[in-house]
Design a binder for this molecule. Structure first.
Ligand code: ATP
Ligand code: MG
Length: 1025
């Protein structure tokens, strides 16, 4: 479709190297698949999606993007992609310049946070064993290495890193799906100061799977810590806790019949946890009490009940009772009789044996669950940052993905509800950001066809009508409520809902797939059938039925147990919230936390059920692609346009494809792109022109352009040699003519110099003016490099030429002020080298002495001082800042520290410009006092360039060039200055001279700065001075 014209030559521009990297994904697409799914032409096809994922997986390319979302496939083998060298490679590099990587995402989040001063979160989801926890650890490790470090910060960093093994020991377990499965949801905030140092953290945990303490399915284990203690605990510790080094002896450890796992080393993990506990600030007392509890839970599991003649439970001579009550720290009670009684009966009725076992297990679960919460709080105390200065945050959410088992129960219901909520959040946030970009680019918003799962969220959580309300009602109402009455109530209320079905409500065909006690929800990710059995019990916290147990716990001497069972706890009349309602509230809290932050996503995929490297199970992956909502995500990203690029970048790459744009396009980049795509024959519905970017709807359009570009490159290469000779001849001629002009100019200069030398002692005249100026400047500049270092160093003063004698004398006057003069002189020389002969009003600044600063620290707001003082303030000056939109003038303070320039309004820092991101400073050649600070900004949310007016322009710019050592970045320009209002939006300041100074917004939207004509300005300035 594209004409592959051959033009006279093809030379790759130097910055094409960068483009080549940026667009690497386009050229490499056949070999390693597409590294961004957004460029997949058949974006609605699951098979195409899968093909790409598989292709990359077999090349060990486990990461692929969907825009800025990262898809990660668990390789189940160590890849050499997480080294320090890799981290360095990804640090500070543009997102699309290197192959997809979790470090690229982590780095991008970090840098966006620093430049925009806002909060972010990374949501990591995927099914059990897909690699969520590993991904979150990789991100944490990346920050640990890439963030600025000091001794103090290293301390925080170690705590953040070591909180992981502690939480994993207590919250992870071997399951059938994963040998180190997290059995709780985790949200971790990492707090950064404004320089990017990690200064603190906070962890929230969600819904620990407590039932695992008392029961494990075949092939699964209890939480790691139990095995670590039994296997790794020192002999003396075990003796003290009444434990033996044999997991088989503990009923709570052997239900899954797999206490030993080859991939887990309990002994060495025990040592890691011990070390971590001490780093995370656990006292010896805490550690002693903590393991007292773990041991007690094991003993509790071994408590056995007999039956008296009436069938009631009685505790026989259980040796465990000794360790539970009289044990090392009186962990569960200090009175054996009371504990016995609590395990055998509640306030009024004795238990049957079954009931007693049930109560025992409920107690074990409650103790472990509450201890886990205590542990999280304790870690939080150690991670807390007490400094009240403003911090920015990156949150890591490692949360359970959608779960579909053969039999799904209350836990899966909660987990899947959580995923519905997160999908809702994702839809809201993604659509919002797409819409914002369209608006910014002036492109009409097109409705996106996607499935909104709000209807399912409502089905579950709606007040008085949702499943949670019905469940709670059944749990709390008097009378005989059972799991089946709960099912019936649901059928009454939800009958007819398109996403809800039960055996009774189903049509004949569906009915065959449902048991009588089942209900099925049509989640956004697919159908899940839940077995209603156990819903009521699990939703009730059974422990509260047995007030006696709780009151015994309160009397414990174990400080953790005491803390976990406070005496202020509501009694049985005031029931605490049910489990599902607590979970719902915690999700509402989580949604609020996340909504206030910028989202990033990592979706993890498990390639096979066997934990094997190199095996890609299509059915399994297809299923996950579906329920992780990846196709939905892609559809939302692709709903509008697959590809978007700034006009300059697009034109730079593809301009050889059109004779009008090759080799150089004289007009604006947008016009160039318009011409180019017209030549290429883009159809109107295939693209849209935004304010700063071209939007291309289908990848095939882009790929066709790219293919034409490849062909063009080769053809140009082939025909080049023929043209080279012609070009060479022309080039040589041009060079020769230039050389001739240069020589003629040199002769003129030398003649003038000689004439100047001969007339140097005459009064100033046309013949010697330039020569004398040269002598003056030469002397001052040599003086600058040879100044005496101390006040006493009198003899080293450079001998002046006759015309500089007076100046030299003035500089030499006054012993004390001499160095100050010298310093001032140095600064003045610097100013001269930057502005002399370039800016009209420079000569009038020469006689105005420079001061150390124009704003004393007393006049800077204390809050601002507190925030930036540690960077050492070098210079401050009042400025007028012109708003980027509308150009309204505002009075501000401009402060230069060692590290950054700050624009300050009272107590607020309006903008921080790190010197590393200061691209340049523009001033006009006229007599105005405007300066424009150009900053690097890759992101639309970042603030753009600053347009300022400063009465002490020369002084301020000299100080700036001194503190940044970037003298060369100050440019004197004529006519007009282009600046970035924000990335992707440009503005202009036009300079001209007129009868009087004026600043106003011109009709064309530019800021017009009129400065006084030079002659008038000279007159005015001398009068003024
Ligand atoms: N990037 C990776 N490189 C090598 N191995 C990995 C990687 N990611 C995961 N794995 C392997 O997969 C196992 C399971 O990963 P992980 O514990 O992170 O899963 P998860 O998604 O957190 O599961 P769960 O929901 O059960 O907690 C790890 O123990 C590790 O062996
Ligand atoms: Mg995990």
């Amino acid at each position: 479709r594209f004409s592959s014209n051959v033009y006279s030559c093809f030379v790759m521009a130097p910055h094409a190297v960068i483009l080549r990297n940026m667009e690497a994904s386009l050229t490499a697409r056949d070999r390693v698949g597409i590294q961004d799914f957004v460029l997949l032409d058949a974006y609605t096809s699951e098979s195409a999606f899968l093909d790409n994922l598989r292709k990359r997986f077999h090349e060990n390319l486990i990461y692929t993007y969907i825009g800025t979302l990262l898809v990660s496939v668990n390789p189940y083998k160590e890849l050499d992609i997480y080294s320090k060298k890799q981290m360095d490679t990804y640090m500070g590099v543009n997102f699309f310049e290197l192959p997809p990587h979790i470090y690229a995402l982590a780095d991008n989040v970090f840098r966006t946070m620093l430049t925009e001063f806002n909060n972010h979160f990374i949501l990591i989801s995927g099914e059990s064993g897909a690699g969520k926890t590993e991904a979150s650890k990789k991100i944490l490790q990346f920050y640990a290495v890439s963030c600025p470090s000091t001794k103090l910060l290293n301390n925080v960093r170690d705590r953040l890193l070591l909180s992981n093994p502690v939480l994993e020991a207590f919250g992870n377990a071997k399951t059938l799906k994963n040998d180190n499965s997290s059995r709780f949801g985790k949200y971790m905030d990492i707090q950064f100061d404004h320089q990017g140092g990690a200064v603190g953290g906070h962890i929230l945990s969600y819904l620990l799977e407590k039932s695992r303490v008392v029961h494990q399915n075949h092939g699964e284990r209890n939480f790691h810590i139990f095995y670590q203690l039994v296997e790794g605990g020192e002999d003396e510790l075990l003796r003290w806790l009444g434990l033996q080094r044999n997991c088989q002896l503990y009923s709570y450890l052997v239900q899954g019949d797999c206490a030993k796992v080859s991939s887990v080393n309990d002994k060495s993990d025990w040592r890691t946890v011990q070390k971590a506990l001490s780093v995370v600030d656990f006292s010896e007392n805490d550690i002693e009490h903590l393991f007292g509890i773990i041991a007690s839970v094991l003993h509790l599991g071994n408590v056995k009940f007999g039956a008296d003649p009436r069938g009631y439970a009685i505790l026989n001579n259980n040796p465990e009772m000794h360790w539970l009550s009289k044990g090392c720290t009186d962990t569960l009670a200090n009175n054996q009789y009371k504990l016995r009684s609590a395990l055998e009966s509640d306030l009024f009725t004795p238990f049957t044996v079954d009931h007693a076992v049930y109560a025992r297990d409920a107690l074990a679960k409650a103790i472990y669950g509450r201890t886990f919460n205590w542990l999280v709080n304790k870690i939080n105390e150690s991670l807390a940052n007490k400094d009240s200065s403003r911090k920015t945050v990156i949150g890591l959410l490692d949360i359970y993905g959608f779960e579909v088992f053969h039999v799904n129960s209350f836990e899966q219901f909660c987990i899947n509800y959580c995923n519905e909520k997160l999908q809702q959040l994702f839809i809201q946030l993604t659509l919002k950001s797409e819409q914002e970009e369209y608006e910014m680019e002036g492109i009409e918003w097109e409705p996106v066809p996607y499935f909104n799962n709000k209807i399912i969220c409502d089905l579950v959580e709606e007040k008085h009508r949702g499943i949670i309300s019905v469940l709670d009602e059944e749990c709390l109402r008097p009378g005989e409520a059972t799991d089946l009455t709960f099912l019936e109530k649901m059928e009454e209320k939800m009958g007819g809902h398109p996403h809800f079905v039960t055996h009774k409500l189903a049509d004949q065909k569906t009915r065959k797939t449902l048991e009588r006690g089942d209900f099925r929800l049509l989640h956004y990710a697919g159908e899940v059938t839940y077995c209603v059995v156990g819903f009521l019990d699990k939703n009730n916290d059974l422990l509260y039925r047995n007030v006696k147990e709780v009151s015994v716990m309160r009397q414990s001497k174990n400080s953790i147990i005491k803390h976990c069972f406070p005496s202020t706890e509501p009694d049985s009349k005031k029931r605490p919230e049910t489990v599902v309602t607590q979970f719902k509230s915690s999700l509402v809290g989580l949604t609020e936390i996340l909504m206030s932050k910028e989202p990033w996503y990592v979706r993890c995929i498990k390639p096979n059920e066997g934990k094997q490297p190199g095996r890609f199970d299509d059915v399994l992956v297809r299923h996950q692609v579906k329920y992780l909502g990846l196709m939905e995500h892609l559809r939302v990203r692709r709903a509008g346009f697959a590809y978007r690029r700034r006009y300059e970048i697009f034109l730079q790459r593809y301009k050889p494809l059109c004779p009008d744009t090759w080799p150089n396009w004289k007009g604006t980049a947008a016009e160039g792109v318009q011409r180019l795509i017209k030549h290429l024959g883009y159809k109107p519905n295939e693209y849209k022109m935004g304010r700063t970017k071209i939007f291309i709807r289908h990848p095939r359009t882009l790929f066709a352009t790219e293919d034409a570009f490849e062909v063009c490159k080769h053809e140009l290469g082939g025909s080049c040699s023929e043209h080279l000779a012609v070009i060479e001849t022309c080039w040589r001629g041009l060079m020769a003519r230039k050389e001739r002009e240069r020589r003629a100019w040199a002769v003129k200069v030398i003649k003038k110099f000689i004439k100047g030398f001969m007339t140097r002692n005459q009064p100033a005249c046309v013949d010697n003016s330039e020569y004398l100026a040269f002598v003056r400047q030469n002397y001052l500049s040599r003086l600058k490099d040879n100044l005496p270092k101390t006040l006493l160093d009198k003899n080293n003063w450079l001998t002046p030429p006759p015309i500089m004698q007076e100046t030299s004398g003035v500089l030499g006057v006054g012993k004390k002020s001499k160095l100050i003069y010298l310093y001032n002189l140095q600064l003045k020389l610097l100013t001269s080298s930057m502005f002399k002969g370039k800016k009209e009003n420079y000569p009038f600044s020469v006689c105005r002495p420079f001061l150390d600063t124009r704003i004393s620290e007393d006049d800077i707001n204390v809050k601002v001082l507190q925030m930036i003082q540690h960077e050492r303030i070098k210079y401050s000056v009042p400025v007028v800042k012109y708003d980027r939109n509308g150009f309204r003038p505002r009075l501000r303070q401009l402060i230069f520290t060692q590290a950054a320039a700050y624009l300050v309004e009272e107590a607020k820092i309006k903008q921080r410009i790190d010197y590393s991101s200061l691209k340049g400073v523009s001033v006009s050649n006229l007599s105005d006092n405007f300066l424009i600070l150009h900053v690097t900004c890759d992101d639309i949310k970042q603030k753009g360039d600053l347009v300022l007016q400063c009465d002490y322009l020369f002084e301020a710019l000299t100080k700036l060039s001194l503190v940044t050592s970037k003298q060369s970045c100050i440019k004197v320009v004529q006519g007009s200055v282009r600046f970035d209002i924000q990335p992707g939006r440009e503005g202009f300041v036009d300079f001209k001279s007129g009868q009087e100074s004026m600043v106003y917004r011109a009709k064309n939207g530019h800021l017009m700065v009129v400065s006084m004509e030079f002659k008038k300005y000279v007159h005015f300035s001398w009068q003024f001075q």
